[in-house]
Design a binder for this molecule. Structure first.
Ligand code: NAI
Ligand code: MG
Length: 397
């Protein structure tokens, strides 16, 4: 790979605040790349009727690497009301540009590492016989991003052809007489090829980063066909990775075990809805939104982003108060993706050192309600947090 170009997609609200912070860190760590800003989000909806302009799609198709901040989404009617007057009534309809990006480039593998940093006051603690202990969590969730219950094939009052097709299944009998408007159906669609891609990515990651197991988190005892297919493919792919153990948990039991033994999980794989659930659950153990990073990886394009949204209520605060760490860790994932593991590791080590020292903490880490007042109460600004990480990087040089 030659000198990479990263398409930066700040988006809305705090997305615009944290994206430049991540770029500062990428530059400081010596990542030799060009950064090209691209348009995405609310302003482009309002002024062009399209929150994901075609020129942005073209840039991503060309450069294949994106660093995304966050966007603001609003319900359809509200979105339509904010459209600039000359565009109203012309058939524009709002859609989430990040969901559209995932579909457009088939970003089917979503990776969400959930690692606890020692000294983070937001870390999960567990009661022991004589006190408390803080398990060290190092789980990486692989969520299938495009299929499953989120494939969007759903109806209220399904058309007759759908009802007849469903009636071919004996288990549909109790529903056969329900009036259409009282019947809603969402299809859980799983393909073998998508199963293979996510499982292969998960096993390869486990091997590359030294995890000894991959845990498939599904519900094959009930969802025999769809979860069953995931498990079947997992067993096949494990044969190509015989240094890595394949484990299996049920999503419901996993949620119960989560707080009992989160330190026992490494790479975890799940279909779309279960992956959404399990990754938020693990993220909650290691600091929540200020720490939760992710990558959306397709065969060609990859886009890295914090999992939080645009937090509009903090967007205009000056100085900004939000935690840039989720975004900075997402940038580190981008480095891993392009084979710059050393630089990625240095960033994570610098973040770890700042968190461990505990002198610089954003408001979320102090458990303060957000607002302009938090600085007076001892919280670091967004910039101060990045500065501390940069200083740490410097001191290692
Ligand atoms: P949000 O993630 O923007 O914020 C929820 C709360 O979490 C904030 O009020 C704040 O207290 C905290 N928070 C978020 N990021 C933080 C950070 N970096 N540091 C410290 N605290 C942080 O979710 P919300 O309020 O539900 O949605 C706001 C907007 O963002 C909506 O328009 C929503 O549609 C959109 N959204 C966009 C996403 C994306 O771009 N991928 C994901 C989730 C929501
Ligand atoms: Mg979610």
């Amino acid at each position: 790979m030659g000198r990479p170009t990263v398409v930066t997609l700040p988006g809305d609200g705090i997305g615009k605040v944290i994206t430049p912070e991540a770029i500062r860190v990428l530059r400081a760590v010596g990542f030799d790349a060009d950064f090209v800003p691209a348009d995405i989000g609310w302003d482009f909806w309002v002024n062009e009727g399209n929150p994901l302009p075609e020129r942005t799609v073209e840039l991503l198709a060309k450069h294949r690497l994106g660093l995304f901040g966050a966007i603001t989404s609003k319900p359809k009617a509200e979105a339509a009301a904010e459209l600039s007057p000359q565009l109203r009534g012309k058939g524009f309809s709002y859609f989430s540009p990040i969901v559209a990006l995932r579909q457009r480039f088939n970003l089917d593998v979503c990776i969400r590492p959930c690692r606890s940093f020692t000294g983070n006051p937001l870390n999960f603690i567990r009661r022991t016989r004589n006190g408390f202990e803080e398990p060290s969590v190092n789980a990486v969730i692989f969520r299938q991003n495009t299929e499953g219950l989120y494939s969007g094939v759903e109806w209220t009052n399904p058309p007759e052809a759908v009802r007849s097709a469903l009636a071919l299944h004996p288990k549909f009998k109790p529903f056969a007489k329900v009036p259409g408007e009282d019947l809603a159906v969402s299809a859980r669609i799983i393909t073998r090829s998508a199963c293979r891609r996510i499982l292969d990515a998960a096993f390869a990651y486990a091997r590359r980063f030294g995890y000894s197991s991959v845990t498939v988190c599904e519900k094959p005892n009930v969802l025999r066909e769809t979860s069953g297919m995931v498990e079947e493919e997992a067993r096949k792919i494990q044969k190509e990775f015989n240094d890595i153990t394949l484990r299996s948990t049920n999503i419901d039991a996993q949620m119960m075990w989560l707080t009992k033994n989160p330190e026992d999980y490494g790479v975890v794989v799940a279909t779309n809805l279960f992956g959404d659930v399990v990754s938020d659950a693990f993220a909650g153990l290691v600091g929540g939104l200020g720490f939760a990073c992710s990558g959306n990886i397709g065969a060609e394009v990859a886009v890295f982003e914090p999992t939080h949204g645009s937090a509009p209520k903090y967007a205009a605060l000056d100085p900004p108060i939000v935690n840039p760490i989720a975004m900075i860790l997402s940038a580190a994932m981008l480095l891993d993706h392009v084979g710059e593991e050393d630089k990625a590791r240095r960033i994570r080590q610098a973040v770890a050192a700042v968190v461990r020292e505990g002198r610089v903490r954003t408001y979320d880490m102090l458990r303060l309600p957000g607002g302009p007042d938090v600085i007076r109460q001892g919280a670091a600004t967004t910039t101060q947090m990045t500065d501390a990480i940069l200083a740490q990087l410097d001191s290692e040089d």
